[in-house]
Design a protein around this ligand. Structure first.
Ligand SMILES: [Zn+2]
Length: 52
């Protein structure tokens, strides 16, 4: 039942994903939600957009 396991994995992944995109205001890099500092340029100005 590998397919069922795959579906469960995808479902749990989707349910844990917040409908928010976090993006650095300086360089535009998309970062994980909850990130306080851009890993690319080190700036702490992260813009958050709700996509739902
Ligand atoms: Zn940046």
């Amino acid at each position: 039942m590998t397919l069922m396991l795959f579906i469960d994995t995808v479902r749990s992944y989707l349910s844990e994903t917040e409908p928010i995109v976090s993006e650095c205001r300086h360089c535009g890099t998309t970062v994980e939600s909850g990130t306080e500092e851009c890993p690319e340029c080190g700036q702490a100005e992260i813009a958050r957009y709700h996509i739902a």
